[in-house]
Design a protein around this ligand. Structure first.
Ligand code: MTE
Ligand code: MO
Length: 233
C-alpha cells in the first residue's frame, strides 16, 4: 500500500510507521505541507540553513550520458542483504530511526538530472531519484547542536559533510538512476547524490547516517589520504 500525500493510512500501517519513528498525526495522516514537504517542527538553525540554500541548475532528461558514468569503487561492490536492509539515523537527533526501503520509498520522491564529477578526470550527466536528506533529518528530529553528518557505507567507506550541504534541497539519498532502480555497482540500495559536491563525497551503499556536533579526526576515506574535505563544485 502506498500513502497518498494527504491520504489516510490503515491502523496497521500507522503502527508500523510509529514503530519506525515516522511522524503521523492522530488521524493517521502523514504530516505534509501544501507543497508536499514533510511538515515537522524544525529548529531555527536547521530552518535558516534550508532557507539559505541556492539551487544548482539541472539538465533536461535528454542530456543524460549513461555511457560516461564510470564505476569507481575502492574495494568492489559489497554484498547487501536487501530483504533485511535498514538505514540507521543516529547521533544528534531526538528520534533515532531505522528505516527499511519500503518506508523510505513512501517519503516524497525527488528526481534531478545533474553532473557527477570525479577528480580522476571524468564527468557524466546522470538522473537520480530519491529522498531528500533534509526530509530524513526532519523525521529524525535533528537537534540544534548538529553541525556535521557522517555517512557510513557497507564497503567500509566513510564520509563527513557540513550540515548546510546535507540539508541542501538537491542532496538526495538516491535509489533510482537514469529512471531505473539503482544498480548494485552504483550503490544500491541507497547512495548520496548531490550537484554541489565532488564524486568522492557521494557515498554509495549508505547504511548509517550519524549526525554530530564535531568533526572527528577521521573525516573521510579520501580526505584522510590527503584530499580536500569540503570538495564543493
Ligand atoms: N561506498 C563507496 N562510495 C563511493 C566510492 C567508493 O569506493 N565506496 N567511490 C566514490 C567515488 S571516487 C566516485 S567518483 C563515485 C563514483 O560513483 P559511481 O561508481 O556510481 O560512478 O562514488 C563515490 N562513492
Ligand atoms: Mo571519484
Amino acid at each position: 500500500m502506498t500513502i497518498e500525500k494527504t491520504g489516510r493510512v490503515s491502523r496497521r500501517q500507522l503502527l508500523q510507521w510509529a514503530g519506525a519513528g515516522l511522524m503521523v498525526n492522530v488521524a493517521g495522516t502523514l504530516l505534509y505541507d501544501p507543497i508536499g514537504r514533510i511538515s515537522m517542527p524544525i529548529n531555527e538553525a536547521f530552518g535558516s540553513l534550508i532557507l539559505s540554500a541556492k539551487p544548482t541548475p539541472e539538465f533536461p532528461i535528454a542530456a543524460i550520458e549513461p555511457t560516461k558514468l564510470i564505476i569507481n569503487s575502492f574495494r568492489g561492490t559489497p554484498k547487501i542483504d536487501l530483504a533485511n536492509f535498514k538505514l540507521a539515523i543516529t547521533g544528534e537527533v531526538d528520534r533515532p530511526l531505522q528505516l527499511n526501503m519500503t518506508e523510505i520509498q513512501q517519503l516524497p520522491l525527488t528526481s534531478m538530472v545533474i553532473r557527477q564529477v570525479c577528480v580522476e578526470g571524468w564527468a557524466a550527466i546522470v538522473q537520480w531519484g530519491g529522498v531528500r536528506l533534509q526530509d530524513l533529518l526532519r523525521l529524525a528530529q535533528m537537534r540544534s547542536t548538529a553541525k556535521y553528518v557522517y555517512f557510513k557505507s557497507a564497503d567500509g567507506y566513510y564520509e563527513s559533510w557540513d550540515l548546510a550541504s546535507v540539508v541542501h534541497p538537491q542532496t538526495l539519498l538516491a535509489y533510482q538512476m537514469n529512471g531505473r532502480p539503482l544498480p548494485a555497482d552504483n550503490g544500491a540500495p541507497l547512495r548520496l547524490a548531490s550537484p554541489i559536491k565532488l564524486g568522492y563525497k557521494q557515498s554509495k551503499w549508505v547504511i548509517e547516517i550519524v549526525v554530530t556536533s564535531q568533526l572527528l579526526p577521521k573525516r573521510g576515506y579520501w580526505e584522510d589520504l590527503g584530499y580536500e574535505w569540503f570538495a564543493g563544485l
